[in-house]
Design a protein around this ligand. Structure first.
Ligand code: PMP
Length: 422
């Protein structure tokens, strides 16, 4: 096969994790969508000349595209520590991945979540799901889950004892909060879940961009993430995890590619097993390849060094905000709980949308305002922030600054300087 000619100009430099951006624009909104890393842009540029069908053509271009897609699956699976028997299903994003899992649950599964979850990990679960209150600390989360699962597994009087597996239970928790950046004790929650013969899915949308996430090491059953938060373009995410429920479930998408045989009769169809079962239709090759390229680059990178750099910026940001008397931080756990590069806060007496708009217009700083698709949590934390600060003039929505690979000390300082004016 002839090596293709890139059709996009190569960005300057060689660091695969350098992010693309527009000079002068300060992006402090990585938690919404991170900028694209060079690795992703290069992978797309390299593949574009080969643009052809995946899994559907016999030509050289098509074969290469199929190979690239399946290699991307392998790379992303390796990146999150997928085990033998796990499926790596490409989806559009985390929302899509969690909805897929929700549709794949065995009948009668009870899902246990915490009220602090992003809507994507709160709303797709079936009726009868248990929503535990937002805990005050990681240790309380573990205790509350233990108690809730013990309650669920209790055998009502007169009923037969459950089998070791019992009725299916799935625990659905975030790895890191998109509101506070606080990390959840995923490994401990997984241990508790398994002790009660429950499975656990981790919403890694905000965790994976910041720290290595390994299904095997954490002993987690499923994991969902989004490419666009992981320095790849929009449109590709994954659900990774145990193949048995996924292979037994009805296909998430129905159509070409998900079938191994379709007969003449209306219902004469055999569904594929494996990831193809849930990936009907022509897949998002470029998205998958771009996501895999970033996963590969992160695997090669010095992650402890990246983490230390991010934590230094985060500390600078949080210390700077804490020094502003009119700014109040939102948090679920104590001030020193481990967290990724996300901070939500309010400016007392100021409408958050107005602050965000002025930061954009006057300082070219992009961040997010609102309730961050986690309404129950954000509202609760706003109430808690008012009580903690003793201020009665806090607005009903918040601001969120989130940092990532492209963030600099200058970005943080510009935000702090801009907020000093208010
Ligand atoms: N979970 C968390 C924790 C998130 O932060 C987000 C995105 N804000 C999602 C899920 C949903 O991700 P997506 O919009 O890519 O589906």
């Amino acid at each position: 096969l002839v090596p293709p000619t890139p059709v996009l100009p190569a960005p300057a430099g060689t660091d695969p994790l350098a992010v693309l951006g527009v000079p002068g624009e300060i992006n402090l909104d990585h938690a919404a969508s991170a900028p694209c890393a060079r690795a992703a842009a290069d992978a797309v540029a390299e593949l574009l000349p080969w643009y052809a069908s995946v899994h559907r053509g016999a030509g050289a271009l098509s074969r290469r595209c199929t190979l690239a897609y399946e290699r991307a699956r392998q790379t992303v699976g390796d990146f999150v520590g997928a085990r033998a028997g796990d499926h790596v299903v490409f989806t559009r994003n985390t929302t899509d991945a969690l909805n897929l899992l929700a549709r794949a649950l065995p009948a009668g599964t009870t899902v246990v979540t915490f009220a602090g979850e992003h809507h994507a990990n709160l709303l797709p679960w079936p009726r009868g799901s248990v929503r535990l209150p937002v805990p005050a600390s990681p240790a309380e989360a573990v205790r509350a889950l233990d108690a809730a699962l013990g309650e669920l597994r209790r055998v009502p009087a007169g009923r037969p004892a459950p089998t070791p597996a019992g009725p299916p239970v799935l625990v659905a928790v975030t790895g890191a909060s998109n509101v506070t950046g606080e990390r959840w004790p995923v490994a401990e929650l997984a241990r508790v879940a398994h002790r009660h013969a429950a499975r656990i899915v981790v919403d890694a949308a905000q965790l994976a961009p910041h720290v290595p996430v390994d299904l095997t090491a954490l002993d987690v059953d499923y994991l969902a993430l989004s490419g666009h938060k992981l320095y790849a373009p929009f449109g590709a995410g994954v659900l990774v995890g145990r193949g048995d429920w996924l292979d037994a479930a009805p296909p998430y998408l129905i159509g070409g590619g998900a079938t191994s045989h379709v007969g003449a009769g209306t219902h004469e169809v055999r569904w594929s097993t494996g990831p193809a079962r849930h990936e009907a239709g022509t897949p998002n090759l470029l998205g998958a390849v771009a996501l895999a390229a970033v996963c590969a680059a992160l695997t090669e990178a010095d992650r402890p060094a990246l983490h230390a750099r991010e934590q230094a910026l985060l500390t600078r940001l949080r210390d700077g905000l804490a020094a502003l008397p009119h700014v109040v931080e939102l948090r679920t756990f104590g001030p020193d709980a481990p967290r990724v590069g996300i901070v939500s806060f309010v400016v007392a007496g100021r409408d958050s949308a107005e602050v965000a708009a002025r930061l954009a217009a006057e300082h070219r700083i992009g961040l997010r305002d609102g309730l961050f698709c986690a309404h129950p949590l954000a509202r609760r934390l706003l109430t808690e922030a008012a009580a903690r600060s003793g201020r009665r003039d806090l607005p009903p929505t918040a601001l969120r600054a989130s940092i990532g690979l492209g963030s600099t000390v200058a970005d943080v300082d510009r935000l702090l300087a801009a907020l000093r004016d208010w």
